[in-house]
Ligand binder design. Structure first.
Ligand code: 5GP
Length: 123
């Protein structure tokens, strides 16, 4: 899938749409999700044109991949979640039900999060 430069997170990266910023460095931008699913729900996105986890880990330079995942950890620490714990996930593609086609990681926390996932049966 080609990268769509008009996706909502591309516009946030370019500053065309506002966000509630949590953390930023040369590799990544982290901001609060507009529709939080937990007391803390933050998105971390890389600074680059990557559609998905698959695209990012296939095409990004090693320095960018390392810098991005370091930024995820730094974001969680900025939110004060490292002691209580948190969950991060990256919805990827159709089965992963990814809605925004710019690679992003969700960070959830601020309360016990329950089971990892309801059991899914093959269809
Ligand atoms: P996905 O399903 O692609 O993994 O998650 C996309 C996430 O982006 C959703 O949790 C949704 O609430 C969030 N989102 C969509 N549009 C915006 C927006 O304009 N601003 C912010 N901060 N979050 C958004």
């Amino acid at each position: 899938m080609a990268y769509d430069r008009d996706n909502i997170f591309a516009k946030i990266l370019r500053g065309e749409i506002p966000c509630r910023k949590v953390y930023e460095d040369e590799h990544a931008l982290a901001f609060h999700d507009i529709n939080p699913l937990a007391p803390v729900h933050v998105l971390v996105i890389p600074k680059g044109d990557y559609v998905s986890m698959d695209d990012f880990t296939r095409t990004a330079a090693a320095e960018q991949v390392a810098g991005f995942f370091r930024a995820v950890g730094e974001t969680a620490r900025t939110l004060g979640l490292e002691k209580s714990g948190y969950r991060f996930l990256a919805n990827t593609g159709a089965d992963g039900r990814q809605e925004v086609p710019h690679f992003h990681v969700h960070i959830f926390g601020g309360a016990p999060l329950g089971r990892m996932l309801n059991k899914v049966e093959a269809c």
